[in-house]
Ligand binder design. Structure first.
Ligand SMILES: [Zn+2]
Length: 68
């Protein structure tokens, strides 16, 4: 069975630079854990900001809830 990949998309509140990545469920868990908020570091201005997983990756958020 092919593993599903999840697209995360956010935008930096400081410079407006968008940030996107495609992660497997393992990678998401490893990097962010099972939390509703994730911390992202902006690649442009290196500002760190929190974003809701629900906003960044609705698919993953849904999957998380299903697993509970
Ligand atoms: Zn930025």
């Amino acid at each position: 069975m092919a593993k599903r990949k999840y697209k995360m998309k956010t935008a930096c509140p400081q410079c407006g630079c968008s940030f996107a990545q495609v992660l497997s469920p393992e990678e998401i868990k490893e990097r962010y854990g099972d939390v509703p908020n994730v911390e992202i570091e902006c690649g442009e201005c290196t500002a760190k900001y929190l974003t809701d997983m629900e906003t960044a990756c609705p698919e993953w958020d849904e999957e998380c809830k299903m697993q509970k």
